[in-house]
Design a protein around this ligand. Structure first.
Ligand code: HEM
Length: 501
């Protein structure tokens, strides 16, 4: 763990967690010694950062660094990022400096990239020179041996196994399970106002859990659900590891989750049944001596997949409903497509199949356009492992490199009228490396097909049987962990009087 990772996270915490607290509740700061200590600690580091930033700029003065401003000490660019809309922060700098520019955010020198060619270099062709980086406290919660944080041989081995669990040939058998989850969930929404994000999280969790663990008894699943929920709260909180804090509770839940998964592994070993899901794949690989994986490596990767699959898919589902609500003609076209499929299913007296989901071209374009327009993962983080030459500039060792997916997805050069929600733009394939909602290269998302399947199945049943109306007229975005419509998009759901058959 590098010094920059420490400083990056400490200051991120300072700005996002501590600073608002100090202004809001000065008394609280006085009586809460842990906060006071943190405040003194952060002040000390502010001075240190000022010096470090000066040093960083001077030690690289004979290198050709990308253009851009490092801001005034630590505060300069960081405050701007936090006070401006993050998207205008990125696009303004792109206008001023070009597709590659440097900045200094949250205690780290960064290079931001919005050229598809340079993003490809970082993520694909020279990926070995740019390692994935995460704040250490988050890494500990997910599990240090999870796939995201790895490079090289261990990463390739894990990727093969994880990918095998989410290939179309594997998940095609899960359609009816996913459909059953939807059919159980939707009636609970009827005639009430839901917090869309929260409901989508429930759905995404159930699907992710089946993919991770396969068939598991309800009691074990309930335990996993509760522990995971505690883990998630801590993941999104201030990482103060003191008794009683959310982070501390999350670390405890993480340990228990490890034990629960180890128990599952033990039981499957005893019964000589590896079972389904990613757990089954990992256990089989181990028992056939294909790969040496310890129980905790297996646990880290199962928990990692739950993390990767949960909030991401739930946020995209929330946006799909928002965009369909705001674009009545597009919703009408989606409904027409699903009415056709529903008639066929009724005639043949069966549920959805994998092949049905392959015949939803318009809905697929709506999903593609949602992924572009919402770009819930605005960027990803890498760190240069040594000085790297990129498009005529030097990126010094240890600097963060951020390929800006959202800026590329919103560039009028690649997506004309980028602010318009227009699924028809995907009637023609986007130019290579301009469309990366699931990333690119070695770390690209292995769960993309599962995520799309979840969205298709939910949209099928929702559009056929229900209407939805946004409650309130407050447009806006809430950030954290991903951008979603404000208040999680409250929706009033009503059952259609006449359900299509
Ligand atoms: C719409 C929903 C989703 C979106 C937008 C999404 C997006 C992404 C992106 C952009 C990355 C690459 C991150 C990087 O390069 O740093 C990624 C990685 C990953 N995703 Fe997804 N994802 C989604 C759903 C899922 C699902 C359903 C699963 C699992 C079933 C999953 C599992 C993973 C894993 C394991 C990785 C890490 C791969 C690696 O490091 O090699 N994701 N995802």
């Amino acid at each position: 763990m590098s010094c920059f990772q420490h400083t990056f996270y400490t200051m991120q915490v300072f700005f996002t967690e501590l600073l608002p607290l100090q202004f809001d509740s000065y008394q609280f700061l006085i009586i809460h010694p842990s906060l006071l200590t943190s405040f003194i600690f952060c002040s000390f580091f502010l001075i240190l950062f000022h010096f470090m930033q000066w040093w960083q700029q001077h030690r690289h003065k004979h290198k050709r660094l990308p253009p851009g401003s490092m801001g005034w000490s630590y505060l300069g660019e960081t405050l701007k990022l936090y006070t401006e809309n993050p998207n205008s922060f990125f696009s303004n700098r792109q206008k001023w400096y070009g597709d590659i520019f440097k900045t200094h955010i949250l205690g780290c020198p960064c290079v931001m990239i919005s050229s598809p060619k340079a993003a490809r270099t970082v993520l694909v062709t020279q990926a070995h020179l740019f390692k994935p980086t995460y704040p250490p406290s988050k890494e500990k919660l997910i599990g240090q041996e999870a796939i995201f944080f790895q490079q090289g041989a261990y990463h390739s081995m894990l990727k093969k196994l994880v990918q095998a669990s989410f290939l179309p040939s594997t998940i095609r058998n899960s359609v009816s399970e996913v459909e059953q989850i939807v059919l159980k969930l939707l009636p609970t929404w009827a005639n009430r106002t839901i917090n869309t994000l929260q409901e989508m999280k429930k759905y995404a969790f159930e699907v992710a859990a089946i993919s991770a663990f396969g068939e598991t008894n309800e009691l074990e699943m309930e335990e996993i659900r509760e522990l995971y929920s505690c883990l998630e709260k801590g993941y999104n909180s201030y990482p103060l590891h003191l008794p009683g804090t959310s982070y501390w509770k999350a670390m405890k839940a993480r340990k228990l989750l490890n034990e629960t998964i180890k128990m599952l592994i033990y039981r499957r070993k005893e019964s000589r049944k590896h079972g389904g899901g990613l757990l089954g794949v990992l256990m089989r690989a181990r028992s056939h001596n294909l790969y040496q994986l310890s129980d905790s490596q297996i646990a880290d990767n199962l928990i990692g997949v739950l993390f990767a699959a949960h909030d991401t898919t739930a946020s995209v589902l929330t946006w799909v409903l928002k965009f369909l609500h705001d674009n009545a003609n597009i919703l009408e076209a989606v409904m027409r497509e699903h009415k056709g499929i529903k008639s066929k299913l009724a005639t043949e007296n069966r549920g959805l199949s994998w092949d049905d989901t392959r015949h939803m071209p318009f809905t697929n374009r709506v999903i593609q356009e949602t992924l572009r327009s919402a770009s819930i993962l605005s960027f990803t983080f890498r760190e240069a492992v040594r000085d790297v030459e990129l498009e005529g500039y030097t990126i010094p060792k240890g600097w963060k490199v951020l390929p800006l997916f959202r800026t590329i997805h919103h560039s009028p050069h690649f997506f004309p009228q980028p602010h318009k929600f227009d699924p028809s733009r995907f009637e023609v394939a986007p130019r290579p490396n301009t469309y990366m909602p699931f990333g690119n290269g070695v770390h690209s998302c292995p769960g993309s097909e599962l995520a799309k399947l979840e969205i298709l199945v939910l949209l099928h049943h929702l559009t056929i049987s229900y209407r939805w109306q946004v409650v309130g007229n407050e447009d806006g975005i809430q950030y954290g962990p991903f951008p979603v419509p404000k208040h999680g998009l409250p929706l009033k759901i009503t059952l259609r009087e006449k359900i299509f058959t």
